[in-house]
Design a protein around this ligand. Structure first.
Ligand code: UDP
Ligand code: MG
Length: 322
């Protein structure tokens, strides 16, 4: 394994992709063979419940350039990417989705750009959101505008995970062992010279997207909380503003009381409005602080990012069981 240097590793996270995997494998293999570089595939089975693992065992048995890692359950794409990078041995590593939404035709161009030496990393973004539900596009755009305003780490709108990196950048990413991974931010955070390529949105070749609206929403919160302190600043600022306002109002009320004397008690409506408003702000602030504490909690447990139940590197790969 150390004798012949592997030029390119293709890392593919797979979660229930049996429908599209054979087509993916065929297409990408063809492209790479045309490139004529030594290569390997690392398929990461992220706890699929369909025949994905069986297929991977088959591919690995047929072709020594195919390696796979299978998780004990679904750990999420971020963990799958991390595992893939860890197992990768190539001098260059490309990350690709299994659904052919990342056109393999770009691989030769990416490789060439890295060879030229000016860049360490070629990333892709889609220039259109064609084929996406309008509501989803609306919220996605809003998210990118927000996170780029409040976070110091730029996150490119429409950036895909499809990219090719040099070994040194892969090592840098592996050094960041944090539990709460938001890779769009992570890739940008480690730095290096990045070349961006854009292409039109491509629809999935087969199978279903794994992202529901709520999963995306949680992903967005993950991104914001992990790469920005702005929500905490909001809590602090609103606390200060409200304290100052309360103080001024108290002074006004006391003076009024002294100057006018006993006036009729009224103002039920305003009192209730104030109580509701303050209650709301307090709960919101607690929630925001809670988001950060929850992440500290998870981070301090130092749990592994994934658990492998089987891989092609195992001494004795179990015979096709299920
Ligand atoms: N994926 C994964 N674990 C998950 C969800 C997705 O490994 O929990 C993989 C999936 O198999 C695919 C890639 O991540 O290769 C992108 O997923 P999908 O196509 O569903 O996302 P979309 O392209 O719709 O953003
Ligand atoms: Mg997809």
């Amino acid at each position: 394994m150390k004798r012949n240097r592997i030029e390119l590793t293709i890392v593919v996270p797979c979660f229930n992709e049996e429908e599209v995997l054979p087509l993916f494998y065929r297409t990408v293999t063809q492209t790479i063979e045309e490139m004529g570089v030594t290569h390997e595939f690392i398929f990461v089975d992220d706890g699929s419940s369909d025949g994905t693992l069986k297929l991977l065992r088959q591919l690995a048995a047929e072709n020594p350039a195919v390696r796979y890692v299978s998780f004990s359950r679904n750990f999420g794409k971020e963990s799958a990417i991390y595992a893939g990078l860890q197992y990768a041995r190539g001098e260059h590593v490309a990350l690709m989705d299994a659904d052919l939404q990342d056109p393999p035709a770009y691989l030769p161009q990416m490789y060439r750009i890295l060879q030229e030496g000016e860049y360490d990393n070629v990333a892709t973004r889609r220039s259109t959101r064609a084929g996406e539900p309008p509501i989803r596009s609306f919220f996605s755009r809003g998210f990118y505008r927000l996170i780029n305003r409040i976070s110091e780490t730029p996150v490119v709108d429409g950036a895909r995970d499809f990219r090719m990196m040099k070994r040194k950048m892969v090592n840098a990413i592996l050094q960041v062992g944090e539990y709460n991974r938001f890779s769009k931010g992570l890739f940008s955070w480690v730095g290096y010279r990045t070349k961006w390529l854009s292409y039109d949105n491509v629809e999935r070749a087969a199978g279903q997207t794994k992202w529901s609206f709520w999963k995306l929403m949680r992903y967005a919160i993950e991104g914001i909380v992990n790469y920005s302190h702005a929500p905490l600043d909001f809590v602090t600022t609103s606390g200060m503003v409200l304290t100052v306002a309360a103080f001024i109002w108290a002074v006004v009320l006391i003076l009024k009381r002294i100057i006018i004397g006993n006036y009729n008690v009224s103002g039920w409506t305003s009192t209730v409005c104030i109580i509701l408003f303050l209650g709301g702000i307090q709960l919101l602030s607690l929630g925001i602080i809670g988001q950060y504490i929850a992440r500290i909690f998870l981070e301090t447990k130092h749990r592994p990012l994934f658990i492998v139940q089987e891989s092609s590197d195992d001494a004795q790969t179990p015979a096709d069981g299920e």
